[in-house]
Design a protein around this ligand. Structure first.
Ligand SMILES: Cc1ncc(COP(=O)(O)O)c(C=O)c1O
Length: 421
């Protein structure tokens, strides 16, 4: 093994990685597979499986009935809203709306906002070059309703800078739609800064927190955003999505709803029956995180925040290590790199190698028991901006808190072996 791959001294040794890994049954079932594709969907802890099956076994009925089984569904949903509100540091659980996934919520909000655009003095939407296409395409579609689009460009360091946003903002701006972190590069956006600038001109802020949320504290109060969307399957839960919206923003949103649905959040935003068992799974994933936070900081009054702070610190150690490994492999890492301030990135690495094409590398790695991903990462504009071909794109290794230094060591050894081949 190359000596430079020795354990980094900065890794948070208090982080209980062994028991964290034990909480996720899939990791043992699929061992020695190394899952570095978590940005495409994370594994679930056992408590999540238990919560999903308990819903299906014990209360698989429609909510709103007068009998105990149905009332148990009502209270499970209410409890999930409260837990998610705590996870987001939101005041009001009724600001949390449940649905299928993030994309359908982004579309729902954009279509609602689109209804007010024609002829309005505020018609400018600011989109970013680094966002997942889900948070771009649906806003672009509003051009037929009169939306004017302005692009917040990325700098060569792979980050969005507030200095580049300021000149785009004026009293004609309706909304800034941006990601909390890039799912292709891992760069983190200064959302508190975005809201400060956007609100100063009377614009709203829509945040895509899908990629960010499993890695560090999500805080709608500190970020002061107006809407925020997340996906359960990235946060150690099953497939489901949730939207948080400032109550006044949701109240003003013209949504389609059947006559019998109250014209108030969350109901006016929730289309039809969502997947109750997966909402129960999401709530259990937050219980898992809360338990982890209580272990990391036994005196904590906010165990979810303690968990996410602990995860962020641990993942920075993983990122530091991974960047060294990639440097030794001669990789071009797009975004916040080796030696830069790692608080600006998540452990998500978009890179290319001078010695192997992305698809071949990912194939070869799969044969060696590593799950990576290659391609455009659903961010085709970003791929073009990086000067990469849409067809081949980049290689992505996306880690999360159940990944270990040991896995990175094995990845490094395999990569070095392949390079010599
Ligand atoms: C940053 C980001 N935004 C949006 C999405 C779309 O989320 P969903 O699959 O829940 O619609 C993804 C999915 O990978 C993502 O990574």
């Amino acid at each position: 093994m190359n000596a430079s791959h020795a354990l980094t001294p900065k890794i948070d040794r208090a982080f209980p990685i062994d028991s964290v890994r034990e909480a996720f049954p899939t990791l043992a079932r699929t061992a020695p597979l190394v899952l570095f594709d978590n940005a495409a969907g994370a594994q679930v802890p056992k408590v999540v499986l238990d919560a999903v099956s308990s819903h299906l076994l014990d209360r698989n009925v429609q909510r709103g009935g007068r009998y105990p089984m149905s009332q148990a569904v009502d209270s499970a949903i209410a409890q999930a809203r409260r837990k998610i509100a705590a996870f987001l540091n939101a005041e009001d659980p009724d600001e949390v709306c449940f649905g299928m996934n993030a994309t359908s919520f982004i579309r729902l909000v954009s279509l609602a906002i689109g209804q007010g655009l024609a002829g309005a003095p505020r018609r400018r939407l600011i989109l970013t070059e680094i966002d997942h296409e889900a948070n771009i395409a649906t806003w672009l579609a509003l051009r037929v309703q009169g939306a004017e689009i302005a692009w917040w460009r990325m700098r060569p360091d792979g980050r969005l800078h507030l200095d580049d946003l300021s000149p785009l903002l004026d009293e004609r701006t309706r909304l800034v739609a941006c990601t909390a972190a890039s799912n292709a590069l891992g760069s983190i956006t200064d959302l508190a800064g975005v809201s400060r600038l956007a609100h100063a001109v009377g614009a709203e802020v829509f945040v895509d927190a899908v990629h960010y949320a499993p890695h560090a504290p999500t805080d709608v109060k500190a970020w002061d955003c107006d809407y925020l969307v997340c996906s359960g399957y990235k946060i150690f839960a099953p497939h489901m999505g949730f939207l948080w919206g400032r109550r006044s923003a949701l109240q003003a949103l013209p949504t389609f709803r059947e006559d019998f649905i109250p014209d108030a959040p969350p109901f006016k935003v929730e289309a039809g029956t969502f997947i109750y068992e997966n909402v129960a799974g999401m709530a259990a994933a937050l219980d898992y995180l809360g338990d982890l936070g209580a272990r990391l900081e036994p005196q904590s009054r906010d165990p979810l925040r303690s968990a996410m702070n602990g995860i962020a610190a641990y993942e920075r150690g993983l990122a530091e290590k991974m960047l060294k490994v990639l440097r030794d492999a001669e990789a071009t890492v797009f975004g916040v790199g080796d030696g830069a301030d790692l608080t600006h990135r998540l452990p998500t690495f978009g890179f290319t190698l001078p010695w192997r094409e992305p698809d071949r590398l990912v194939d070869d790695m799969a044969a060696e028991g590593f799950a990576l991903r290659d391609g455009h990462m659903y961010a085709p504009r970003l791929i073009r901006r990086l000067g990469l071909a849409f067809e081949s794109g980049l290689i992505r290794a996306s880690l999360c808190h159940y990944n270990s230094l040991d896995e990175i060591e094995r990845f490094a050894e395999t990569l070095m072996r392949m390079r010599r081949r």
